[in-house]
Design a protein around this ligand. Structure first.
Ligand code: SF4
Length: 336
């Protein structure tokens, strides 16, 4: 059987893995966990968010593989649902770590995370560019310094007006609130098991295909032993093992992450803020009145809606690429 730590898994091989039975997936995941644990002499940790995936991962490590002493690390961004924090704190041997700055400081210092991490990164790079740099040309035209075209390096046309929409955009939010604290924790608790799955995003799929489950040689080594599981497998495992899970999933949420993240919030079928208004009205009001999130989301949704109107060839008002007077200044934080 091909080792998961070997590179370059094909689409067909990944498809075949998705189709494995749950028992086989458990067995394979445990093999990867045992390899990782042994490679680092047991000085490893579990990155635990309180979500379903990391709940399953923690159970695999501690109970199925028999490593009950492995510590879990919970990165409390300060944007966590209180119900989720309560659940996480009910699990033994979980270490809570905090970022050095809060969300408000992040958007004041760097800008808002919008659409996706990639779009936020690219738009922010162009906004900050001093003069005509190679990076700016790449992000605006897709032309690399070698003169070749890179579609993935270019900001999609629909999002280019964000550059001049009057607020700063940045991908630093996850870096400051999640990645930096987890990197600090890794130094203390050892290389982590992480509950990410390939089917969650193109980037995660590419990473899994390239590195397999156990990415020993990455700059920050990490193991993703359930990378080839599906969402259905996760739910089935929780049911089968009668695992306790975060109460958020019984409140209508399908994720346990940050309460008010804007990434992906522009999609027509995304109801995170409607739900937030019902379950946590004071937090919703804070997002609206103090963080300016809905002004930003409004701009993003207008651009996204524009794309659909163009696609369906219906007449559509043009979203002006010039600064929006309602969003004067680079940051639209309200109040103090
Ligand atoms: S998930 Fe969203 S709100 Fe949370 S840290 Fe990342 S970008 Fe920020």
């Amino acid at each position: 059987m091909m080792s998961h730590s070997k590179a370059a898994l094909t689409d067909e091989e990944l498809k075949a893995r998705y189709a494995w039975s749950l028992d086989r997936k458990i067995e394979e995941s445990c093999d990867r966990i045992v390899d990782w644990h042994s490679r680092f002499g047991g000085r490893v940790s579990v990155s635990f968010s309180g979500g379903l995936d990391s709940t399953v991962l923690l159970d695999l490590v501690r109970n199925k593989c028999g490593y009950p002493e492995v510590p879990a690390v919970f990165s409390n961004t300060g944007l966590e649902f209180p119900e989720n924090v309560h659940f996480v704190r009910s699990i033994p041997n979980v270490h809570e770590i905090r970022p050095r700055r809060g969300f408000r400081q992040v958007i004041e210092t760097f800008g808002y995370p919008v659409v996706s991490k990639r779009v936020s990164q690219y738009v922010g790079e162009v906004q900050r560019a001093q003069g005509e740099t190679a990076t700016k040309r790449l992000r605006l035209t897709g032309m690399t310094s070698r003169g070749t075209k890179s579609r993935l390096g270019e900001i999609p046309d629909v999002w280019k007006p964000l550059i001049d929409c009057g607020f700063r955009v940045s991908d630093q939010c996850c870096q400051v609130l999640k990645k930096e604290p987890l990197a600090r924790a890794m130094k203390i608790f050892g290389p982590p098991f992480v509950g990410t799955r390939a089917e969650e995003s193109m980037q995660r799929e590419l990473s899994y295909k390239q590195h397999g489950c156990n990415a020993y040689h990455m700059q920050s080594p990490r193991s993703t032993p359930i990378a080839f599981w599906t969402g259905q497998d996760i739910r089935e495992y929780i049911k089968q093992e009668s695992l306790p899970y975060s109460p958020l999933y019984d409140m209508g949420y399908d994720r346990s992450g940050c309460m008010w993240c804007l990434l992906g919030a522009h999609h027509a079928d995304d109801n995170r803020f409607e739900l937030l208004a019902k379950t946590h009205p004071r937090v919703y009001a804070f997002c609206r009145d103090r963080l300016g999130l809905f002004d930003v989301l409004d701009v993003v949704e207008r651009l996204w809606g524009e794309r659909y109107r163009r696609r369906t060839k219906k007449a559509a008002p043009t979203v002006s690429p010039s600064p929006n007077p309602a969003l004067a200044g680079f940051c639209i934080l309200k109040g103090g």
